[in-house]
Design a protein around this ligand. Structure first.
Ligand code: SAM
Length: 258
């Protein structure tokens, strides 16, 4: 398979993951697990996506990720950067909802024979409550409790729809503060932080940022969307005497190379 074909497949996969194609196209893909013909993909890609799906501005009914096409494109480019520069380490997303961003990582992993592990980390029970005695910075975010609930079985089934569940996928269930320190991983090439809260973001960075390889990619989904998330990242970088060349992806997300 040529690199151009792989790119077209991955661009089609993004449309399916956000629900930017018809439910007929989605169901045929999930049922047959076969890529459509190239000319069909090209026709689908020629249609401009709705701005809501482009920018990840909703929680799509028919989608498996809410990050939108621009942040999926950033994920795609990040994986290209890791592959082309042979950056060592596994991939990890903390805050997965229905798992779509991790599914994208795994389909890429398989198409390019990268054989990286993908850690899929969440409560699988929705957003945790804020702990204002531990992190008063989360004041104002009390109303997020229980949002974005998707069970581990639901996420596993979503992986199965894309023929993406194998031994490389490792589910890590529980609160980040209890689970992330204990994950059996020594190096990450990609860390995708999508936990929204100050507490969740700080817990992700404290446990995992030191494990990111040099020139590995750190993506923060909510940097501009949730002020408390930006505050956690900025304070972590300041506390660890790091400067990061933070790049804007869209209205909410940013990334930097370590
Ligand atoms: C905005 S959603 C993630 C969206 C997802 N990345 C996607 O592709 O659609 C946030 C997720 O973070 C999880 N989460 C937030 N804080 C957490 C914490 N402290 N521990 C475990 N999971 C957490 C929630 O359960 C929720 O599934």
């Amino acid at each position: 398979m040529t690199t151009e074909t792989k790119k077209l497949y991955l661009d089609f996969l993004k449309l399916v993951l956000v629900g930017a194609v018809s439910s007929e196209v989605q169901h045929e893909f999930w049922q047959t697990r076969r890529w459509p013909y190239i000319d069909h993909i090209q026709r689908l890609l020629a249609e401009p996506p709705h701005w809501i799906l482009l920018n990840g501005r909703n929680w799509p009914d028919r989608g498996h990720t809410m990050i939108g096409l621009l942040r999926l494109n950033n994920l795609h480019e990040s994986l290209d950067h890791i592959r082309l520069n042979a950056i060592p380490g596994d991939f990890l997303e903390a805050g997965v909802w229905r798992g779509g961003a991790c599914i994208f990582m795994q389909v890429y992993n398989k198409l390019y024979d990268m054989d990286r592990r993908i850690f899929v980390c969440d409560t699988f029970n929705g957003m945790p409550g804020v702990e204002l005695d531990r992190y008063p910075q989360d004041h104002g975010l009390e109303g997020t409790f229980g949002l974005c609930a998707a069970t581990e079985d639901e996420v596993k089934n979503n992986f199965i729809l894309y023929d993406a569940l194998d031994d490389n996928i490792i589910f890590v269930k529980g609160l980040f503060k209890d689970t992330l320190h204990a994950i059996p991983v020594s190096r990450l090439s990609l860390l995708r932080a999508d936990g929204d809260l100050y507490s969740s973001t700080m817990d992700i960075f404290t446990a995992l940022e030191p494990k990111v390889s040099k020139d590995g990619v750190i993506i923060i989904d909510d940097y501009f969307a949730v002020p408390q998330c930006k505050q956690a990242v900025d304070e972590y970088l300041n506390n660890t005497n790091q400067t990061a060349a933070i790049v804007t992806i869209d209205w909410g997300g940013v990334y930097y190379h370590k």
